[in-house]
Design a protein around this ligand. Structure first.
Ligand code: C2E
Ligand code: MG
Ligand code: MG
Ligand code: MG
Length: 285
């Protein structure tokens, strides 16, 4: 009986793996075409100033509307794109689209807010990253800090072992001098979040949702969350917590001194046009 059970388990496991492999092959078959034909869409999720409850920014999050594969969320393809390198192209696409819409709106005297884009850790060791970023910065010449780069601490950890590249510190300084602001995404999920802050000139601390969830369940975690927020403030960073879903969480974070909130309580990610329509509507009030 046990042997049959084990065989069945292995059988299921193998077919799942097989499906996944097929799926990955399909994704790789269509990704270049998808990018060329505009199938990747940028959604924007509003960020809220917790003091005024007004929109103070947004994060760009990619979605893929593929005629062959259906509607795909990043968890279906980002890991694969990290492995095959396609994420580099995708990130440049997102950055360019964001710069394009911001400069168009500025030209037409429409309201804008800073928009953040996610940067894969692969960029830190990408040859030509800084020159590509400089080219984009020069092309759009947007006011300082209107475009924010979200980096995760893991990108910096991988980096330290690769000696032939410029140091992470130099890269972040150069990005700042180009006018981008820098945000440490998924803060508190890795092993060296605090050590990273010693040297990296980050402007925004983005505390991961997992910290918020554990703070609701344990006094110790709550104490840590509060102290992390205070530390961010003391280092003159803007402090944001992601994944806020309830009023109680909002109250807790406001009391703890968090500046900015992002989460389903305030807004879901929506197509770019829809986000700006809301922004225009708010401006008329
Ligand atoms: P992230 O950068 O940490 O983004 C936050 C994720 O949390 C987003 O998922 C967002 O939709 C989700 N979220 C927002 N509010 C809430 C909430 O209240 N509750 C919960 N449970 N979740 C919430 P999404 O859009 O599926 O993106 C997942 C991840 O994929 C992102 O995590 C980011 O790491 C990556 N990603 C998305 N777009 C890009 C991109 O253009 N380039 C790169 N390199 N990565 C991207
Ligand atoms: Mg992010
Ligand atoms: Mg995050
Ligand atoms: Mg996250």
């Amino acid at each position: 009986n046990e042997i049959i059970g084990t065989n069945q388990t292995i059988g299921i496991f193998n077919s799942v793996m097989h499906d996944e492999l097929l799926h990955h092959q399909q994704i790789e078959l269509y990704m270049e075409k998808g990018l060329a034909e505009g199938e990747f869409q940028i959604h924007l999720q509003a960020k809220y100033d917790l003091a005024t409850r007004e929109i103070c920014g947004a994060e760009a999050l990619i979605r893929w509307q593929s005629p062959e594969l259906g509607f795909l969320m990043p968890n279906h393809f980002i890991n694969l794109f990290e492995r095959n390198g396609f994420v580099l192209k995708l990130d440049y696409f997102v950055l360019e689209e964001v710069c394009k819409i911001l400069s168009e709106r500025l030209k037409n005297k429409l309201p804008v807010v800073p928009i953040s884009v996610n940067q894969s850790g692969l960029h830190i060791s990408e040859r030509g990253y800084l020159s590509s970023m400089q080219t984009i910065a020069d092309r759009y010449k947007l006011p300082r800090k209107l475009v924010e780069l979200e980096l995760t601490e893991t990108s910096f950890i991988d980096f330290t072992t690769k000696k032939e590249n410029e140091s992470a510190l130099q890269i972040t300084r150069r990005l700042k001098s180009m006018g981008f602001s820098l945000s440490m995404d998924d803060f508190c999920t890795g092993y060296s979040s605090i050590a990273m802050l010693r040297n990296l000139p980050m402007d925004i601390m983005k505390i991961d949702r997992s910290m918020l969830l554990s703070a609701e369940n344990s006094e110790r975690s709550l104490t840590i969350l509060k102290q992390v927020i205070q530390m961010g403030r003391s280092l003159n960073m803007r402090v944001l917590v992601e994944g806020i879903e309830t009023d109680a969480q909002e109250r807790l974070l406001k009391a703890a001194g968090c500046h900015v909130g992002q989460g389903y309580l305030f807004a879901h990610p929506v197509p770019m046009e829809q986000f700006f329509a809301q922004l225009d509507k708010n401006a008329k009030k």
